[in-house]
Design a protein around this ligand. Structure first.
Ligand code: ADP
Length: 417
């Protein structure tokens, strides 16, 4: 029996046994069968030519076909597949060929398989090194970005803290001077207000820093209470109404279906989260622009949208802005201010907002076609907030069980400021 005859005899059983044992599922088997046919042809060519390097390009193709997730999970290692095929070769030769024929075939295949093992191991090591280098490069880029955002933060925080501090120092020395000059009480009152404003700003920045660290360390605790979204937005509208008028803007709070239904959430924290979105919408929209709060009720969730007609956000920054210190653009153009056009902050607001929304089991994202101060394409922030019919705390649930029938608030007004 020639080697060719022996190869022809084991061809079919070799392909079908390998297909059955290596591939699961109809579709995968069909694809795999084709690959095995190619592999078997190459084995035959290598035996004929006496050159096992005939296998190389096929092996290279197989190693390259491994996906990123295969690499991460260390799946489908080629040497182990080759090992399996080698074993099947031995089994089908023994079952289908007479003893001397099987021995002669295995002897002829030995150099081909050992070359395949060696070459596949070499290729996989190369590919794994490339994969690890890519991961290192990625980690390195992240570290560089973190480093940059930390130094940006130091610059911004220093500026943010220094401004109110300078105010406090200035007003204090004016009080000292005016008391020496015997200034009247009204004058002193004005100066004291200045000190109070500076202290408030300092407190606000420090509170934001504390919140970020609570969120980072998963220590943000929520106090679930009954809550009505329409009431929350009306209180916010009242807070910002003067600024909106000063900047000749319009604010529309749409009375969307479900906004008057009771849900449970942390009123104070959600107020803080939406307040950040309101204040950003005002800051990044030029005078005369419009801000719209709308929403809809989805199964199990409220989706709230806050749209503005402002300068917009580059799609590349859509996730960066939710990271802490994630101010985008040029930090040297930074100017403090909660509602001034383009007035910046330390870049903590959206990361706190996201932390609060996520702590409620919700999510937040932004849509904007791009950043353009001339065209003002605007931005829309979407918030998904789970609808909760009971608070976490069973005692509170019992307390509010009495009121469950009245779970809707009084009729709400649709408002445009
Ligand atoms: P900041 O303290 O700078 O306001 P935030 O975390 O609230 O920090 O926002 C991060 C950055 O996201 C802002 O500096 C701004 O560049 C961008 N941004 C947030 N909201 C808007 C918006 N409505 N329109 C345009 N840009 C926005």
């Amino acid at each position: 029996m020639t080697i060719d005859d022996a190869l022809n005899t084991i061809h079919r059983p070799w392909v079908s046994r390998n297909t059955l044992t290596l591939a699961q599922g109809e579709e995968l088997r069909k694809n795999f069968e084709e690959l095995l046919e190619q592999f078997f042809d190459r084995i035959a060519q290598s035996v004929h030519s006496g050159n096992p390097a005939n296998m190389d390009d096929l092996l290279r193709e197989w190693v390259m076909a491994r996906t990123q997730s295969d690499l991460e999970a260390h799946r489908t290692s080629l040497p182990s597949i080759l090992n399996h095929m080698h074993l099947v070769t031995y089994q089908v030769a023994r079952e289908n060929l007479p003893g001397p024929g099987a021995l002669a075939l295995l002897e002829a295949l030995m150099p081909v398989f050992s070359h395949c093992f060696e070459y596949a191991a070499h290729l996989e090591i190369e590919e794994n090194i490339r994969h690890i280098s890519r991961q290192l490069e990625h980690a390195n880029k992240n570290l560089q970005r973190l480093d940059k955002s930390k130094s940006d933060f130091i610059a911004i925080a220093a500026h943010e803290l220094k401004t109110p501090l300078t105010l406090i120092e200035g007003y204090s020395s004016m009080i000292r001077d005016s008391s020496q000059l015997g200034s009247d009480r009204n004058n002193i009152e004005v100066l004291l207000n200045g000190i109070e404003n500076g202290a408030n700003r300092l407190r606000h920045i420090i509170d934001d820093m504390i919140d970020v660290s609570l969120i980072d360390n998963n220590l943000l605790s929520l106090n679930f209470q009954p809550l009505w979204l329409n009431r929350l937005f009306f209180v916010l509208r009242d807070e910002f109404i003067d600024v909106i008028e000063d900047r000749s803007m319009r604010l529309e709070v749409v009375d969307f279906p479900g906004c008057d239904e009771m849900t449970f959430g942390d009123n104070e924290r959600l107020y803080q989260a939406f307040r950040n979105l309101f204040s950003n919408a005002i800051k990044f929209t030029p005078d005369g622009g419009k801000i719209t709060v709308d929403g809809r009720k989805l199964p199990g969730f409220f989706e709230i949208t806050l749209s503005d007609t402002g300068i917009g956000i580059d799609p590349r920054d859509h996730s960066v802005i939710f990271e802490k210190f994630g101010r985008v653009g040029n930090t040297s153009l930074h100017s403090s201010g909660k509602t001034k056009f383009k007035g910046g902050g330390p870049g903590l607001g959206l990361s706190i907002t996201r932390g609060i929304i996520e702590a409620h089991g919700g999510s937040i994202w932004v849509e904007s076609s791009g950043y353009n101060e001339m065209m003002c394409p605007g931005s829309t922030f979407h918030v998904l907030l789970p609808i909760r019919s009971t608070p976490h705390d069973p005692k509170l649930a019992k307390l509010f069980a009495l009121d469950v029938d009245q779970s809707t608030a009084p009729p709400s007004e649709s408002a445009e400021a």
